[in-house]
Ligand binder design. Sequence first.
Ligand SMILES: C[S@@+](CC[C@H](N)C(=O)[O-])C[C@H]1O[C@@H](n2cnc3c(N)ncnc32)[C@H](O)[C@@H]1O
Length: 268
Amino acid sequence: MIVVATTEGELAGMCNRLRALGVRSVDVVAPSDTRRVVLASVEDAAGAAGLVVSLRADGVMAVTRPDGGAALEAWYRDTRPVSFGERLSVCLAWSEHDRRHLPGLIELGPGGFGSGHHPTTSQIIEELAGRIVGGERVLDVGCGSGILGLCALQLGAAGVVAADIDLDAVEATRRNAHVNGMGGRLEATPDPLGRIDGPFDIVLANIARAGVVELAPELVSHVSKRGWLVVGGISPSQCSQVVDFLHPLTEVRRRTSGAWSTVVLARA
Ligand SMILES: C[S@@+](CC[C@H](N)C(=O)[O-])C[C@H]1O[C@@H](n2cnc3c(N)ncnc32)[C@H](O)[C@@H]1O
């Protein structure tokens, strides 16, 4: 089985295209007023994987899906939408879960880390939801899918620069900004931090301890006078050491969930 996320306007053309590509049958789910999710039966797993590769090369949001059993249960669980307070929700574009009544919905296509389910991502989004007042300039170092920057924009940030060393992540972030109508307010780049002009009101770096320590001086120098820095993907036992590297910023908040901590820092 493959699943394709499309829109109501493009649905008929997509179904015709899938049939022309040899798909046996299609079912359509309408999880929101505009989103259409096409479930397409393919002869075998190899055929499904090959079809996904060629559709994605054309910019189509296509993924393979398990046909049944525990794997399908896990699929439904992993594709459920996530809400963050009353202003923000995140969902994978190909999710079949209904999302008509979710507030501030961001949809994500394939590619790049970050769907909102992992604690390192959700801890930072919760900080954004509680702290963004509107109009901020945001830098997201290690943007993955672009989820953090898109959430910041949905919450009222004015603009985002999203950087990643992985070109696939940069491309995924650009596509996701476009999918959410935010392409004009988000710039995705593979440039290293040293080539990005600051400062920013908010700097985000969910890049684990080693990445934060390596980039510490540049992360600090990109934070504006009254701005704040959020570092994530840190093990709880390593937080204090990481904070020391980020001097003269000081810790103002820490969130821990299981093996992961997120630390918010600002100038004293
Ligand atoms: C754990 S993912 C975080 C993705 C997303 N920001 C989130 O919070 O879900 C880490 C991302 O950082 C990127 N990355 C790792 N080291 C980096 C560095 N030094 N500069 C820029 N990006 C980096 C990786 O390629 C990966 O996409």
